[in-house]
Design a protein around this ligand. Structure first.
Ligand code: ADP
Length: 189
């Protein structure tokens, strides 16, 4: 099973990604986590990424696509995977289609977690207080929402016109949302 999980920052993608990948026994690929771990390693790549992450801006497509090409070629992806945080632009989505074609693969499904914006800002604020994630401050969070609206929301449209998309209501407990996602995916291979 090869999945893409879409949704705005604060929608609960990361939490749901962990549960869904456990449920289906597939690899969890989080670009946000890959980038945060590059930043904390202090590598040259990490230094480059840090300035984008700290401002809540997107890392340039070329960089992200190279990272994903490497990641998707790793062995653990053979059993299937869930992409969390990628693609975040239409160009990334088109690049993903190309990468998968090279591997002779297709996406099984795309899930979009839907949450209203006022709820998102409140959730990100609480998460920032709890985790100290440097991009969860009010200013950066609202920038991430703007970036999402202008650059990432069009990715849903891209998939509506190709793979198809399952929109899942992201309000409710973690378990409730998870049940909805699993139900939406149960007919997919
Ligand atoms: P969120 O909680 O906003 O979903 P993530 O943990 O997925 O955040 O990503 C954090 C940051 O990492 C983003 O704000 C962005 O700077 C960078 N990033 C993650 N994935 C991508 C991507 N596919 N393209 C560009 N930048 C990305």
């Amino acid at each position: 099973m090869r999945l893409v999980l879409l949704g705005p920052p604060g929608a609960g993608k990361g939490t749901q990604a962990v549960l869904v990948t456990k449920h289906f026994g597939i690899s969890h690929i989080s670009t946000g986590e890959m980038m945060r771990s590059a930043v904390s390693s202090g590598s040259e790549l990490g230094k480059k990424l840090k300035s984008y992450l700290d401002k809540g801006e997107l890392v340039p497509d070329g960089l992200v696509i190279d990272l994903m090409r490497n990641r998707l070629n790793q062995k653990d992806c053979k059993n299937g995977f869930l992409l969390d945080g990628f693609p975040r632009t239409v160009d990334q989505a088109a690049a993903l289609t190309g990468l998968l074609e090279e591997l002779g693969l297709k996406l099984s499904a795309v899930v979009d977690i839907d949450v209203a914006e006022d709820v998102l800002l409140e959730r990100i604020k609480l998460r920032g207080q709890a985790s100290g994630r440097s991009d969860d401050t009010r200013e950066v969070a609202s920038n991430r929402l703007n970036v999402y609206r202008s650059q990432t929301a069009p990715v849903s449209q891209y998939y509506k016109n190709s793979v198809g998309i399952a929109v899942v209501d992201g309000l409710g407990t973690v378990e409730e949302v998870n049940k909805r996602i699993v139900a939406a995916l149960n007919n997919t291979k």
